[in-house]
Design a binder for this molecule. Structure first.
Ligand code: ADP
Ligand code: ASP
Ligand code: MG
Length: 411
């Protein structure tokens, strides 16, 4: 008998029938004698619907009110799931984040969990109840409802598992595990038996939204055994695990390919090539609270440079406005922007011990006639910025180039 925290995502609780199917699944675990704490998302589409309603009223609603609004989605599913469990003869009790209580900081819409009170959950488990907790939400020290950022129910699941020292945290979703790349984009994507926390963190940060970044961070930090599984198909899923669990023989050079279309490129042209100029350009961007990702500087023959960097697409207009002012101050030629770009990243701890990974990547892109606009690397990843139009072609080519394609005979 073990204590398992199970998180069910939006599509898994998207209809009343599916909520019933989730309750059946939980019943099976209870029959086997396991203690179960369940975390649920809002029904699929509900969070977006609520955000849409807010924007019909106000362009830029106050984050505190947004949290009061969007947290309601999860409140619906906890109650419905408890009803479905009771109908099947199990005692169950629902909790909002505030009722648990999951204490967070006050950064509305992107709050961080600070502390979890496990008293209620423990006494319910002792009394034989299934505990059902609303994902994605908490409460700050003033009693205001907070939310943890999109996809935040994953983080609730992992955080509860850490607080309860659960034997495993199971993330149930609409795919049967973590794949070498998004299986909705590349048909030949392959399910991974396991992946290291470090790689999963890179994949999540670089665009693979199968797990929220903070959930992976949390699981790594507190050593929570984490598994991604399909809600309604049996199978082993994917275990997110520590590096040491791999032997070198089975470790591929590249474990996965992540991508995103969330960034835009801004360029300041004809910048005088003098010390301190990059900082004069980037400082006001930082002051405007705009995060910069990839940066490249090209030097031209006439002692001027072009400074190009990427920001989140939502910040492009703001960045452009800041830069137009700065360009004038530093005597630069002009500012241009491009939001038709995509970032593709190859990720793998195996890169540490292998040479030639970058050249394989660049060869593959060249063979497909794809121009690389920017490059950035770290110890276990290489990212490139390309024209958004070639995203799928590039990912498919790289998937083959790094031997990640599923063996068609294995299916
Ligand atoms: P949930 O609502 O259950 O939280 P999400 O939509 O947040 O589900 O996450 C599951 C989705 O993540 C999948 O449907 C898949 O399209 C996407 N995804 C992106 N990259 C990957 C990957 N490498 N492996 C598996 N799924 C991925
Ligand atoms: N319902 C929230 C969202 O759509 C949280 C989650 O599903 O994890 O982002
Ligand atoms: Mg999700």
């Amino acid at each position: 008998m073990s204590l398992i925290v199970q998180k069910y995502g939006g599509t898994s609780v998207g209809t009343v029938e599916r909520i019933g199917a989730v309750a059946d699944k939980i019943s099976t675990f209870r029959e086997q004698g396991h203690d179960i704490v369940v975390v649920v998302s809002a029904m699929s589409g509900e969070t977006n619907r609520l955000i849409g309603l807010a924007h019909e009223i106000q362009e830029d609603p106050e984050p505190r009110e947004m949290d009061v609004l969007v947290s309601t989605g999860e409140q619906v599913t906890i109650a419905l799931l408890c009803m479905a469990l009771k109908k099947r003869g199990w005692d169950a009790r629902s909790y909002t984040g505030g009722q648990v209580k999951i204490l967070t900081d006050s950064s509305h819409t992107k709050a961080r969990i600070q502390e979890i009170d496990d008293n209620n959950m423990r006494s319910d488990l002792k009394a034989g109840r299934v505990v059902v907790v609303a994902g994605f939400q908490g409460v700050d020290e003033n009693g205001s409802i907070t939310t943890l950022g999109r996809g935040g129910s994953d983080t609730t699941g992992v955080a509860l598992a850490a607080a309860l020292k659960a034997d495993e945290c199971q993330i149930y979703t609409d795919v049967d595990g973590v794949y070498t790349t998004d299986p909705r984009v590349v048909d030949s994507a392959r399910r991974l038996e396991k992946i290291t926390f470090e790689e999963m963190l890179e994949m999540a940060s670089l665009g693979s939204k199968v797990l929220q970044i903070r959930a992976v961070e949390f699981a790594g930090k507190y050593g929570v055994p984490l598994r991604v599984l399909h809600s309604f198909q049996d199978g082993p899923g994917t275990l997110i695990t520590l590096d040491e669990d791999f032997d070198d023989m089975e470790q591929p050079v590249v474990s996965g390919i992540a991508f995103n279309r969330d960034e835009a490129k801004v360029t300041v042209q004809g910048v005088p090539d003098t010390p301190g100029v990059a900082s004069r350009i980037l400082a006001p961007i930082g002051e405007a609270n705009i995060e910069v990702d990839v940066i490249v500087q090209n030097v031209s023959a006439d002692n001027t440079t072009d400074l190009t960097f990427t920001v989140h697409r939502n910040d492009m207009a703001k960045a452009e406005a800041v830069l137009l002012k700065v360009a004038e101050e530093v005597g630069a030629g002009g500012v241009s922007t491009d939001d038709k770009i995509a970032k593709i990243s190859i990720v793998g701890v195996g890169m540490r011990s292998h040479a030639g990974v970058a050249s394989t990547m660049f060869n593959s892109l060249a063979n497909d006639g794809i121009n690389i606009q920017m490059i950035t690397t770290s110890e276990i990843k290489i990212s490139v910025i390309i024209d958004e139009r070639y995203l799928e072609l590039a990912v498919r080519g790289l998937h083959t180039a790094f031997d990640l394609d599923a063996d068609p005979r294995a299916e």
